[in-house]
Design a protein around this ligand. Structure first.
Ligand SMILES: [Zn+2]
Length: 259
């Protein structure tokens, strides 16, 4: 699943292709908005908010999309055919470019004034201009009995962390993922590290938390189940956190993150 940094880059690509240009075509392939037509309207801009994307269009309209597990936005020259088999959910095209939303998890069209109905529940965005460490920590502390692993993934606490940054942040702080929020002394340190990791990765594809960009060396625990820990040699553990259907992957080192 794309995490906050990938969504941030997607917003930048959409801005480059769509901002300030008039749409000559829109194609909503979702039942709710199948008849919507944005052609003739200029795109104002696209903003990311956690893992959500908000594309604002002239006339007080916002296209809200979420990539969920497998979605992506492709940007290509206008008129180029999409690949056969691509599950296209939405196309926004101007004279020069088209943005093609493939397998998007959510597509909504709302009044810009009503964006809060879609993203107002989110906690501070780790990559947002209004990032607020204290507010994120306050929200986390409000449920001290929750495991830190689940709390970090809850976008109502802070927006942008997925399973990769969760695993990497907790490894780097030496915290067992099932520790409760109330048991963690330096919660500010955990949150600010997660924010720095996303910030450091927002400008390039892939997630690097070790400082080594080579794909085999880029992470400490994520993608390394069963392999020796880079610090202590213990085999990296892998499991599920949370209850179905919300259960999500967690990786950790039992040596560096003792329970
Ligand atoms: Zn270790």
């Amino acid at each position: 699943m794309p995490e906050g940094d990938a969504v941030y880059r997607t917003a930048a690509r959409l801005r480059g292709a769509l901002d300030g240009r008039v749409l000559v075509r829109s194609d909503f392939r979702v039942p709710r908005h199948a008849t919507a037509d944005l052609s003739g309207r200029a795109v104002i801009t696209t903003r990311s908010r956690g893992k959500h994307l908000l594309t604002r269009v002239e006339g007080d309209l916002t296209v809200h999309t979420h990539l969920r597990m497998e979605g992506s936005w492709l940007v290509m020259p206008a008129g180029r055919r999409t690949r056969p088999g691509d599950q296209v959910r939405l196309i926004l095209a101007n004279e020069e470019w088209q943005a093609v939303g493939v397998r998007l998890g959510m597509v909504d069209l709302v009044r810009t004034a009503d964006e809060a109905q879609l993203v107002g529940h989110l906690g501070p965005d780790l990559l947002g201009p209004d990032w607020d460490l204290e507010e994120a920590v306050r929200r986390l502390r409000a449920a001290p009995g929750r495991t830190i692993g689940e709390a970090l993934l809850d976008q109502r606490n802070l927006a942008g962390i997925g399973t990769i940054y969760r695993a990497e942040t907790l490894f780097l702080r030496g915290i067992w993922p099932w520790k409760t929020v109330g048991e963690i002394e330096d919660l500010e340190g955990v949150v600010s590290l997660a924010q720095r990791l996303l910030e450091a990765n927002k400008g390039h594809a892939g997630t690097v938390t070790t400082g080594d960009r080579r794909p085999a060396n880029a992470t400490w625990v994520y993608g390394r189940a069963g392999r020796p820990c880079r610090r202590c040699g213990t085999r990296i553990s892998r499991g599920g956190m949370g209850t179905q259907p919300q259960e999500r992957l967690i990786l950790w080192c039992a040596g560096c993150q003792p329970g």
